[in-house]
Design a protein around this ligand. Structure first.
Ligand SMILES: [Zn+2]
Length: 108
């Protein structure tokens, strides 16, 4: 369940990375996606569309050791996700302390 939900995020993160790359290239540096790309460049791991696409296809989280789709697609890093249990108000989410991404892990 968690894995299926996270797997759906990889192509979304790829699309977001492409927005970021395009925004960054055209000087729209104030978007969230562009800031992520700028951060990757500052960290010495500039991301290309090709590389982000390859990584989004290769994203394969393991049960119990799920890693963040965004960190993987943008940086190639395996950042562990932390799961927050569902409450009455909200479904379970997975959060990444490295990049701040938050994902709903329940499929609707
Ligand atoms: Zn992350």
């Amino acid at each position: 369940m968690r894995l299926a939900a996270l797997l759906r995020q990889a192509p979304i993160e790829f699309a977001r990375a492409v927005y970021g790359i395009n925004d960054h290239a055209s000087g729209r540096t104030d978007t969230m996606a562009a800031r992520e790309i700028a951060r990757a460049i500052r960290q010495g791991t500039p991301v290309t569309q090709e590389r982000a696409e390859q990584r989004s296809r290769a994203y394969l989280p393991t049960a119990g050791q799920e890693h963040c789709p965004r960190c993987w697609v943008v940086y190639g890093h395996k950042s562990p996700l932390r799961f927050r249990e569902a409450t009455e108000e909200r479904p379970e989410t997975a959060t990444c302390s490295a990049c701040g991404a938050e994902y709903a892990t329940a499929l609707d």
